[in-house]
Design a binder for this molecule. Structure first.
Ligand code: HEM
Length: 446
């Protein structure tokens, strides 16, 4: 499982670099093989068996990448100096704009995070709790009783409403329009993030044309919301993120421009609802297949206890992470990582699923056992669903609170019908991974 030194190391054309082995088949062939014959496509776990915990892989847009899951190296990467290990290129800034945290590196990234962080502090989070519970209650009441529903879609409606209200505060016509627009924008953007596409527009019909058209619609609605907020005499009393960003100043005293705010809000709206909906759908998928655990969890939630619910959420995120590979880029030549020496510009992918199924870190890693986290604090460099270091997900505490509030509402007000069907497969939704059949749910009012 650790480095497999029996495999030949590649000298990368220059004797100063040392890289692990990996599959040689070009990406396009691998993609076609996996589309036509799944048994011919190697899973990451099979690659780990063949090549060890690190291997190289050719990926579209990034070229030859290093996939890493060796624990000490993962820790080193998350703690690395941002001048040596930086943001990947290309990154989600292509879709979200230059004002997005995802687009920034080094000092610009540090300054921007400083501006956003207060929105996710404990006292702010507490203010979002009631609106989360209200949206969960209203959303679930609309689910048909006793019928099979794809919980991923149903949860997306709830999580989208939660993030829209958190970001913009009050309801209104513009929020209504965004509620309709954002799922289409995310769908179009996810396609472009996952597959390299030529930047053809074809009068708005090609994928980039369609995405840019939707983004222009987003910009016109959000610019109006920003201008209304700037003119609001009661802005100081508002608790929403837009109001906070309008009042926030960079270290040099400068306020954010409209376009910087629009890019950052797009980032929070996009990053903050599909991911949480996928995790909630996985929670339902797992609960229905572990009825004994579900009974225990319902009893704990009824008794107002949090420990088992927290452990359950951690186990869902360990066994079913929704983001697979946060990426980094080597900024200095000959960067040393474990036994490897890497060239400047190389992309490193940290494989969250491989870290989470490393038997050196988690006993019986393929077993679903939330109890493993009771009285056992997870190491933040080993349980990494939110990535780590200076780029760790800024919405992690928000997401955790949302999971707790939504699951508590679900379990106190509804019962879930267990199922003996086999587990749903992992399915890529572009950026996030969710259950292949949408995390099917059958629920009754309690
Ligand atoms: C299941 C829920 C979520 C998961 C699994 C998740 C996962 C991640 C991961 C893996 C990263 C990259 C971290 C890295 O590179 O080390 C990330 C970054 C980010 N996430 Fe999340 N996320 C979730 C929810 C949210 C929410 C609710 C928000 C906002 C409200 C959010 C906003 C962001 C932002 C802005 C970044 C970029 C941070 C930076 O580059 O500094 N995420 N997230």
């Amino acid at each position: 499982m650790p480095h497999n030194f029996k495999t030949k190391t590649t000298q990368c054309g220059h004797s100063n670099y040392l890289l692990p082995n990996g599959p040689k088949t070009p990406y396009l062939i691998r993609f076609l093989l996996s589309s036509f014959n799944r048994s011919k496509s190697l899973s990451f776990e099979e690659r780990r068996k063949l090549y060890g915990s690190d291997f190289t892989l050719k990926l579209p847009m990034f070229g030859k990448c290093l996939v890493v899951s060796e624990p000490d190296e993962v820790r080193q990467l998350f703690k690395a100096d941002p001048n040596e290990i930086g943001n990947p290129e290309p990154n989600l800034g292509r879709l979200l704009g230059g004002g997005s945290l995802f687009a920034m590196s080094g000092e610009a990234h540090r300054r921007q995070r400083k501006l956003l962080t207060p929105a996710f502090h404990g006292n702010r989070l507490a203010e979002y709790r009631d609106l989360m519970a209200e949206e969960a209650r209203v959303g679930m009441a609309a689910w048909p009783e006793g019928e099979t529903v794809a919980s991923q879609t149903a949860m997306s409606t709830i999580t989208l409403n939660i993030i829209l209200r958190t970001v913009f505060g009050v309801e209104g016509r513009d929020l209504h329009a965004l509620r309709d627009l954002l799922p289409r924008l995310v769908k179009a953007g996810s396609l472009l993030a996952a597959i390299p596409m030529p930047e053809w527009h074809l009068f708005g019909y090609a994928p980039w044309g369609r995405f840019n058209r939707l983004r222009a619609e987003y910009d016109s609605i959000v610019t109006r919301l920003i201008q209304n907020a700037r003119a609001d005499p009661a802005i100081d009393q508002r608790a929403d993120i837009l109001a906070m960003l309008i009042g926030a100043k960079y270290d040099d005293g400068r306020f954010m421009s409209d376009s910087e705010i629009a890019d950052e809000l797009a980032t929070l709206l996009v990053a903050g609802h599909e991911t949480t909906a996928s995790t909630l759908a996985w929670a339902i998928e797992r609960l229905r297949r572990h009825p004994e655990f579900m009974d225990k969890l319902v009893a704990a939630v009824d008794a107002g206890e949090d420990e088992l619910l927290d452990a359950f959420i951690q186990e869902i995120q360990r066994t079913r992470p929704t983001i697979a590979m946060p990426a980094r880029r080597v900024l200095v030549d000959g960067y040393e990582l474990g036994p490897w020496r890497l060239p400047r510009g190389m992309t490193i992918m940290i494989s969250i699923p491989l870290v989470h199924t490393d038997s050196r870190l988690f006993e019986q890693p393929y077993m679903f056992s939330p109890e493993r986290f009771i009285d056992n604090r997870a190491d933040p460099y080993q349980l990494i669903p939110f990535g780590g270091g200076v780029r760790r997900c800024i919405g992690a505490a928000f997401a955790h609170m949302e999971f707790k509030v939504v699951l508590r509402t679900l379990l106190t007000e509804h019962t879930l019908e267990p199922t003996s069907e086999s587990g749903e497969a992992w399915h890529s939704r572009g950026i996030a991974f969710g259950p292949a059949d949408g995390g099917q749910i059958v629920r009754y009012a309690r």
